[in-house]
Design a protein around this ligand. Structure first.
Ligand code: DAK
Length: 258
């Protein structure tokens, strides 16, 4: 299906989803949220896709939720429609890895979207912020929760309360992003990372993603037990036999997701 606010391309087992509302710096409106949910659902269900990259433009990953659309909404509408709940749920439900490749403005709902991905690769032009406080609201898609887990309370509180922007270097030092690269290299780096992931056994990739995500939801002891049980279960797969045989035979593994 053709989308109006995003584009989707599939190349070498990687689905590249780009936010595409240049007139509004990729601000998230309801149409974009719906299309993004659908694209993630489809990519997750598509056997040809083994990893997803979510990106925007050079100027903006996304400048936040669409203020023009939100300005007229009343409480009964945002609460009644459960605004943006579907987006949060879809990110949580997507089992294939999602790499965020961000440049320029990564603000408000855009910053929250990037944090909902599995990791963030940033261009050196990226500027992160939660400026919702300037609009008389607060972050609403995880900005008060995921940012604390990513960078700790001090910076998360600073960003949520002052609305200041963090540049890419500070974001890398703070642990918000995994890598910073020159803007011109952003897509090459992100697609390269996604292709590396796509070469692995999808079973172990999904298990690793599930185990890391479980660390946010549980105690250390429970998390380590969950990890160990998943680790044990890998020995029921053909890919474990193939991966180890390939190492011993000094050749490239041919994983079959079995
Ligand atoms: N919404 C709508 N349009 C936006 C936009 C946004 N967030 N950001 C930029 N635009 C539009 C501008 O209005 C302008 O359109 P025209 O006026 O020309 O028609 C065009 O994009 C270019 O923007 P600028 O002319 O402002 O460009 P500059 O380079 O001068 O400035 C900027 C770039 C990013 C610094 C500036 O545009 C800016 O401050 N934008 C707003 C950033 C912001 O406040 N973002 C947070 C939005 S609030 C919820 C869940 C989530 C949320 C809320 C509720 N629930 C679950 C209920 C999330 C809220 C947010 O994200």
């Amino acid at each position: 299906m053709a989308f109006e606010t995003i584009t989707v391309e599939i190349e070498d087992h990687v689905a590249l989803i780009r936010l595409d509302r240049p007139e509004a710096l990729n601000a998230l409106n309801r149409e974009l949220a719906g299309e993004l949910c659908q694209a993630l659902r489809e990519a997750d269900a598509n056997d040809k896709v083994r990893c997803i990259v979510l990106s925007g433009s050079e100027k903006a990953f996304a400048a936040g939720a669409d203020v023009k659309e939100m300005a007229r909404l009343r409480y009964v509408e945002v609460f009644g429609d459960n605004l943006f709940a579907g987006l949060n749920d879809q990110f949580a439900a997507t089992r294939k890895p999602i790499v965020a490749a961000v440049a320029g403005y990564v603000l408000g709902g855009g910053c929250e979207l990037a944090m909902a991905c599995d990791f963030i690769i940033a261009a050196d032009t990226a500027k992160f912020g939660l400026p919702e406080i300037n609009l008389g609201i607060i972050a609403g898609i995880g900005g008060t929760q995921r940012l604390v887990r990513a960078v700790g309370k001090a910076k998360a509180m600073d960003m949520n309360l002052t609305g200041r922007f963090m540049n890419a270097d500070e974001a890398e030092r703070a642990g918000l992003v995994s890598r910073v690269v020159p803007a011109k290299k952003l897509m090459e780096e992100a697609m390269g990372a996604a292709q590396k992931i796509a070469e692995k056994s999808q079973i172990s990739v999904m298990a690793a993603k599930e185990a890391v995500n479980r660390s946010f939801e549980t105690t250390l002891a429970e998390g380590i037990l969950f990890e160990r049980r998943l680790f044990h279960s890998m020995f029921a797969t053909e890919d474990q036999k193939e991966g180890m045989a390939a190492f011993l035979e000094k050749r490239q593994a041919q994983f079959r997701d079995k």
